[in-house]
Design a protein around this ligand. Structure first.
Ligand code: NAI
Length: 266
Protein backbone atom coordinates (compact mmCIF):
# COMPACT_ATOMS: atom_id res chain seq x y z
CA UNK A 1 0.00 0.00 0.00
CA UNK A 2 1.33 3.44 -0.92
CA UNK A 3 -0.05 5.23 2.14
CA UNK A 4 -0.53 8.97 1.55
CA UNK A 5 -2.12 9.51 4.96
CA UNK A 6 0.93 11.15 6.52
CA UNK A 7 2.49 12.48 3.31
CA UNK A 8 3.74 16.06 3.00
CA UNK A 9 5.65 15.41 -0.24
CA UNK A 10 5.66 18.34 -2.69
CA UNK A 11 4.04 20.71 -0.20
CA UNK A 12 5.34 24.28 -0.17
CA UNK A 13 6.13 24.96 3.48
CA UNK A 14 7.32 28.15 5.20
CA UNK A 15 9.04 27.76 8.58
CA UNK A 16 9.65 31.07 10.38
CA UNK A 17 12.66 30.93 12.70
CA UNK A 18 14.02 27.95 10.75
CA UNK A 19 17.73 28.60 11.21
CA UNK A 20 18.15 26.71 14.48
CA UNK A 21 16.43 24.87 17.33
CA UNK A 22 12.85 23.69 16.95
CA UNK A 23 12.30 25.52 13.64
CA UNK A 24 15.35 23.94 12.05
CA UNK A 25 14.35 20.43 13.17
CA UNK A 26 10.82 20.92 11.82
CA UNK A 27 12.17 22.33 8.52
CA UNK A 28 14.43 19.27 8.16
CA UNK A 29 11.51 16.98 8.99
CA UNK A 30 9.55 18.43 6.06
CA UNK A 31 12.55 18.56 3.68
CA UNK A 32 13.41 14.91 4.44
CA UNK A 33 9.85 14.02 3.39
CA UNK A 34 10.25 15.80 0.04
CA UNK A 35 8.44 19.03 0.88
CA UNK A 36 9.76 22.25 -0.65
CA UNK A 37 10.75 24.27 2.38
CA UNK A 38 11.38 27.99 2.84
CA UNK A 39 13.15 28.91 6.07
CA UNK A 40 13.17 32.44 7.41
CA UNK A 41 15.18 34.29 10.02
CA UNK A 42 16.93 37.60 10.49
CA UNK A 43 20.54 36.82 9.62
CA UNK A 44 21.34 36.02 5.98
CA UNK A 45 24.54 34.05 6.47
CA UNK A 46 23.34 31.75 9.27
CA UNK A 47 20.09 31.23 7.37
CA UNK A 48 21.96 30.22 4.20
CA UNK A 49 24.25 27.78 5.96
CA UNK A 50 21.26 26.31 7.82
CA UNK A 51 19.40 25.86 4.51
CA UNK A 52 22.39 24.02 2.98
CA UNK A 53 22.77 21.80 6.03
CA UNK A 54 19.06 20.96 6.20
CA UNK A 55 18.82 20.23 2.46
CA UNK A 56 21.89 17.96 2.59
CA UNK A 57 22.56 18.44 -1.14
CA UNK A 58 18.95 17.89 -2.24
CA UNK A 59 18.35 21.61 -2.87
CA UNK A 60 14.77 21.68 -1.57
CA UNK A 61 15.33 24.34 1.14
CA UNK A 62 15.27 28.07 0.31
CA UNK A 63 16.48 30.71 2.80
CA UNK A 64 14.65 34.06 2.76
CA UNK A 65 15.52 36.78 5.26
CA UNK A 66 12.44 37.95 7.17
CA UNK A 67 12.29 39.60 10.58
CA UNK A 68 8.74 38.77 11.69
CA UNK A 69 8.65 41.99 13.72
CA UNK A 70 8.80 43.95 10.43
CA UNK A 71 5.62 44.06 8.34
CA UNK A 72 7.58 45.01 5.19
CA UNK A 73 9.73 41.89 5.54
CA UNK A 74 6.61 39.75 5.86
CA UNK A 75 5.03 41.20 2.72
CA UNK A 76 8.29 40.74 0.81
CA UNK A 77 8.57 37.12 1.98
CA UNK A 78 5.04 36.15 1.00
CA UNK A 79 5.26 37.91 -2.37
CA UNK A 80 8.54 36.12 -3.16
CA UNK A 81 7.23 32.69 -2.16
CA UNK A 82 4.06 33.15 -4.22
CA UNK A 83 6.11 34.38 -7.21
CA UNK A 84 8.57 31.49 -6.97
CA UNK A 85 6.27 28.61 -5.96
CA UNK A 86 2.74 29.81 -6.84
CA UNK A 87 1.13 28.91 -3.51
CA UNK A 88 1.80 27.99 0.14
CA UNK A 89 0.50 24.74 1.61
CA UNK A 90 1.79 25.03 5.17
CA UNK A 91 3.07 27.80 7.43
CA UNK A 92 4.88 26.89 10.65
CA UNK A 93 5.11 29.91 12.96
CA UNK A 94 8.17 29.13 15.09
CA UNK A 95 10.11 32.41 15.50
CA UNK A 96 10.17 33.29 19.17
CA UNK A 97 12.27 34.97 21.86
CA UNK A 98 12.30 35.32 25.63
CA UNK A 99 13.83 37.50 28.35
CA UNK A 100 13.42 35.91 31.75
CA UNK A 101 12.88 38.34 34.64
CA UNK A 102 10.30 39.14 37.34
CA UNK A 103 7.34 41.28 36.25
CA UNK A 104 8.54 44.27 38.28
CA UNK A 105 11.78 44.34 36.30
CA UNK A 106 10.25 44.07 32.82
CA UNK A 107 10.93 47.23 30.81
CA UNK A 108 8.77 48.53 28.00
CA UNK A 109 11.54 47.50 25.62
CA UNK A 110 11.50 43.92 27.00
CA UNK A 111 7.73 43.76 26.65
CA UNK A 112 7.68 45.12 23.09
CA UNK A 113 10.61 42.95 21.99
CA UNK A 114 8.90 39.74 23.14
CA UNK A 115 5.34 40.55 22.11
CA UNK A 116 6.33 42.08 18.74
CA UNK A 117 8.07 38.87 17.68
CA UNK A 118 6.13 36.12 19.47
CA UNK A 119 2.58 37.40 19.02
CA UNK A 120 2.28 40.37 16.69
CA UNK A 121 4.85 38.92 14.28
CA UNK A 122 3.12 35.53 14.29
CA UNK A 123 -0.25 37.17 13.67
CA UNK A 124 1.00 39.35 10.81
CA UNK A 125 2.69 36.38 9.14
CA UNK A 126 -0.39 34.18 9.65
CA UNK A 127 -2.55 36.91 8.14
CA UNK A 128 -0.34 37.51 5.09
CA UNK A 129 -0.05 33.77 4.36
CA UNK A 130 -3.69 33.17 5.35
CA UNK A 131 -4.85 35.67 2.74
CA UNK A 132 -3.26 33.48 0.03
CA UNK A 133 -4.60 30.27 1.58
CA UNK A 134 -8.17 31.54 1.93
CA UNK A 135 -8.13 32.73 -1.68
CA UNK A 136 -6.86 29.32 -2.81
CA UNK A 137 -9.34 27.49 -0.59
CA UNK A 138 -6.79 25.30 1.22
CA UNK A 139 -3.84 25.47 3.58
CA UNK A 140 -2.53 24.59 6.99
CA UNK A 141 -0.95 26.73 9.68
CA UNK A 142 0.89 25.44 12.73
CA UNK A 143 1.73 27.80 15.61
CA UNK A 144 4.32 26.98 18.25
CA UNK A 145 2.81 27.61 21.66
CA UNK A 146 4.35 26.60 25.02
CA UNK A 147 3.82 25.06 28.44
CA UNK A 148 3.19 28.71 29.37
CA UNK A 149 0.10 28.78 27.17
CA UNK A 150 -2.35 27.62 29.84
CA UNK A 151 -0.50 28.43 33.06
CA UNK A 152 2.49 30.78 33.30
CA UNK A 153 5.82 29.68 34.69
CA UNK A 154 7.22 32.18 37.18
CA UNK A 155 9.37 35.09 35.94
CA UNK A 156 8.55 34.87 32.22
CA UNK A 157 5.24 36.73 32.15
CA UNK A 158 5.41 38.65 28.84
CA UNK A 159 6.53 35.41 27.16
CA UNK A 160 3.69 33.48 28.83
CA UNK A 161 1.21 36.18 27.76
CA UNK A 162 2.46 35.92 24.17
CA UNK A 163 2.05 32.14 24.21
CA UNK A 164 -1.45 32.32 25.71
CA UNK A 165 -2.21 34.68 22.83
CA UNK A 166 -0.84 32.15 20.34
CA UNK A 167 -3.36 29.49 21.45
CA UNK A 168 -6.17 32.03 21.27
CA UNK A 169 -5.02 33.09 17.82
CA UNK A 170 -4.96 29.42 16.78
CA UNK A 171 -8.58 28.93 17.81
CA UNK A 172 -9.76 32.27 16.40
CA UNK A 173 -8.17 31.78 12.98
CA UNK A 174 -9.51 28.21 12.86
CA UNK A 175 -13.01 29.64 13.36
CA UNK A 176 -12.62 32.29 10.67
CA UNK A 177 -10.83 30.22 8.05
CA UNK A 178 -12.37 26.76 8.55
CA UNK A 179 -15.12 27.46 6.00
CA UNK A 180 -12.40 28.34 3.44
CA UNK A 181 -10.56 25.03 3.85
CA UNK A 182 -7.70 26.44 5.95
CA UNK A 183 -6.78 24.54 9.12
CA UNK A 184 -4.93 26.18 12.02
CA UNK A 185 -3.43 24.15 14.86
CA UNK A 186 -0.67 24.49 17.43
CA UNK A 187 2.10 22.52 19.10
CA UNK A 188 3.00 23.23 22.72
CA UNK A 189 6.52 21.88 23.32
CA UNK A 190 7.63 20.84 26.78
CA UNK A 191 11.10 21.72 28.07
CA UNK A 192 13.30 21.47 24.97
CA UNK A 193 17.07 21.84 24.92
CA UNK A 194 17.86 24.63 22.42
CA UNK A 195 19.94 27.82 22.26
CA UNK A 196 16.96 29.64 23.80
CA UNK A 197 17.03 27.47 26.93
CA UNK A 198 20.57 26.04 27.06
CA UNK A 199 21.80 28.39 29.80
CA UNK A 200 18.75 27.70 31.94
CA UNK A 201 19.03 23.92 31.73
CA UNK A 202 22.79 23.91 32.31
CA UNK A 203 21.89 24.61 35.94
CA UNK A 204 21.94 21.20 37.66
CA UNK A 205 19.08 22.04 40.02
CA UNK A 206 16.92 23.04 37.06
CA UNK A 207 17.81 19.84 35.15
CA UNK A 208 16.89 17.68 38.14
CA UNK A 209 13.60 19.54 38.61
CA UNK A 210 12.73 19.33 34.90
CA UNK A 211 13.38 15.59 34.74
CA UNK A 212 11.61 14.85 38.03
CA UNK A 213 8.49 16.68 36.85
CA UNK A 214 8.40 15.16 33.37
CA UNK A 215 6.90 11.65 33.44
CA UNK A 216 9.20 10.51 30.62
CA UNK A 217 12.13 11.60 32.84
CA UNK A 218 14.03 13.59 30.23
CA UNK A 219 14.06 17.01 28.64
CA UNK A 220 12.99 17.22 25.00
CA UNK A 221 15.07 17.73 21.89
CA UNK A 222 13.96 19.73 18.81
CA UNK A 223 13.47 16.52 16.80
CA UNK A 224 10.72 15.50 19.26
CA UNK A 225 8.50 18.14 17.59
CA UNK A 226 8.78 16.77 14.05
CA UNK A 227 6.15 14.01 14.24
CA UNK A 228 3.42 16.35 15.48
CA UNK A 229 4.23 18.95 12.81
CA UNK A 230 4.17 16.39 9.98
CA UNK A 231 0.92 14.92 11.32
CA UNK A 232 -0.79 18.33 11.53
CA UNK A 233 0.28 19.26 7.99
CA UNK A 234 -0.71 15.91 6.48
CA UNK A 235 -4.05 14.50 5.31
CA UNK A 236 -4.15 12.52 8.58
CA UNK A 237 -5.20 15.73 10.37
CA UNK A 238 -7.69 16.84 7.72
CA UNK A 239 -10.63 17.07 10.19
CA UNK A 240 -8.61 18.78 12.89
CA UNK A 241 -8.43 22.53 13.45
CA UNK A 242 -8.19 24.97 16.35
CA UNK A 243 -6.30 22.51 18.58
CA UNK A 244 -2.96 22.76 20.36
CA UNK A 245 -1.13 19.46 20.84
CA UNK A 246 1.10 19.17 23.90
CA UNK A 247 4.38 17.42 23.08
CA UNK A 248 5.92 17.60 26.52
CA UNK A 249 6.89 14.14 27.79
CA UNK A 250 3.75 14.22 29.94
CA UNK A 251 4.64 17.37 31.90
CA UNK A 252 1.08 18.74 31.73
CA UNK A 253 -0.61 15.36 32.33
CA UNK A 254 -0.82 16.03 36.07
CA UNK A 255 1.35 16.81 39.06
CA UNK A 256 4.28 14.71 40.23
CA UNK A 257 4.61 14.85 44.03
CA UNK A 258 7.03 13.30 46.49
CA UNK A 259 4.51 10.70 47.71
CA UNK A 260 6.25 7.95 49.71
CA UNK A 261 6.69 4.48 48.22
CA UNK A 262 3.50 2.40 48.52
CA UNK A 263 1.23 5.42 48.27
CA UNK A 264 1.97 6.75 51.77
CA UNK A 265 -0.61 4.43 53.45
CA UNK A 266 -0.44 4.29 57.22
P1 NAI B 1 15.90 29.29 19.37
O1 NAI B 1 16.34 30.54 20.01
O2 NAI B 1 16.86 28.16 19.23
O3 NAI B 1 15.29 29.58 17.92
C1 NAI B 1 14.44 30.66 17.71
C2 NAI B 1 14.38 30.95 16.23
O4 NAI B 1 13.56 32.09 16.02
C3 NAI B 1 15.74 31.24 15.65
O5 NAI B 1 15.82 30.63 14.37
C4 NAI B 1 15.73 32.75 15.52
O6 NAI B 1 16.56 33.21 14.49
C5 NAI B 1 14.27 32.99 15.20
N1 NAI B 1 13.84 34.35 15.45
C6 NAI B 1 13.93 35.05 16.61
N2 NAI B 1 13.46 36.31 16.43
C7 NAI B 1 13.07 36.38 15.12
C8 NAI B 1 12.50 37.40 14.34
N3 NAI B 1 12.27 38.62 14.82
N4 NAI B 1 12.22 37.13 13.04
C9 NAI B 1 12.47 35.91 12.53
N5 NAI B 1 13.01 34.91 13.23
C10 NAI B 1 13.31 35.15 14.51
O7 NAI B 1 14.59 28.85 20.16
P2 NAI B 1 13.75 27.50 20.22
O8 NAI B 1 13.88 26.97 21.58
O9 NAI B 1 14.02 26.65 19.07
O10 NAI B 1 12.29 28.12 20.12
C11 NAI B 1 11.50 28.05 18.97
C12 NAI B 1 10.06 28.33 19.34
O11 NAI B 1 9.62 27.33 20.25
C13 NAI B 1 9.84 29.68 20.02
O12 NAI B 1 8.59 30.21 19.60
C14 NAI B 1 9.76 29.30 21.49
O13 NAI B 1 9.01 30.20 22.22
C15 NAI B 1 9.07 27.95 21.40
N6 NAI B 1 9.24 27.10 22.55
C16 NAI B 1 10.49 26.67 22.94
C17 NAI B 1 10.60 25.84 24.05
C18 NAI B 1 11.92 25.35 24.54
O14 NAI B 1 11.95 24.75 25.63
N7 NAI B 1 13.02 25.54 23.83
C19 NAI B 1 9.42 25.41 24.81
C20 NAI B 1 8.19 25.91 24.31
C21 NAI B 1 8.11 26.72 23.23
Amino acid sequence: MNDQLFSVADQVVIVSGGSRGIGRAIAKGFADRRARVVITGRDESSLSSAADAIAGGRGNVTPIVCDVAKSDDIERLVTKVINDFGYIDTLVNVAGVNRRKPALEVSEDDYDFILDINLKGAFMLSQAVGRQMVERGSGCQINIASLNTDRPLKDVLPYAMSKAGIAHMTRGLALEWGPSGVRVNGIAPGFILTDLTEKLWSDEKMQAWGKANTPQRRLGIPEDMVGAAIFLASPAASFMTGQTLYVDGGYTAGWSWPIPEGGGQR
